[in-house]
Design a protein around this ligand. Structure first.
Ligand code: SF4
Ligand code: SF4
Length: 129
């Protein structure tokens, strides 16, 4: 078992939760993507996102999983990496940052400069590895 000091040091680097939520003001260079196959749906990342754009995948898409994984409403993400740090520290390191340019090419979509409205842009398929 790790020492108490090691555990405290580990938890000291967990980001702070936001006091209030904000929204996207400009197109980020990077965005966060959940690798669904590795996500337990533990929800640890959800309250840390400053724009509140992480939510569970609809249950009917993952009928075999007791808890569906989470996904990110990609056009709302501001690329802050907080969820990546939280998942790395408290869960399974299953959120990755990707270049927005590459994401746009891969999925044939455009990421905007402003908040597009909640739930306006859920992905039908996300990377699994
Ligand atoms: S913290 Fe990681 S494993 Fe937990 S719900 Fe978020 S992405 Fe999934
Ligand atoms: S990178 Fe920041 S804005 Fe994007 S989903 Fe993660 S916590 Fe939310």
């Amino acid at each position: 078992m790790p020492s108490r000091e090691k555990i405290i040091d580990h938890l000291n680097n967990v980001p702070q939760m936001p006091d209030k939520f904000t929204t996207k003001k400009k197109r980020p260079r990077e965005m966060a993507v959940v690798l669904e196959d590795g996500c337990t749906g533990c929800e640890a990342c959800i309250p840390f996102c400053p724009v509140d754009c992480i939510e569970h995948v609809p249950a009917d898409k993952h009928k075999d999983a007791p808890i569906p994984p989470v996904q990110i409403r990609f056009d709302e993400c501001i690329g802050c990496k907080i969820c990546v740090r939280v998942c790395d520290k408290m869960s399974w390191s299953t959120i990755k940052m990707v270049q927005v340019d590459e994401f746009e090419k891969e999925y044939g979509i455009k990421i905007g400069n402003t908040y597009p409205g909640k739930s306006s842009n859920l992905l039908e398929s996300v990377p699994s590895s």
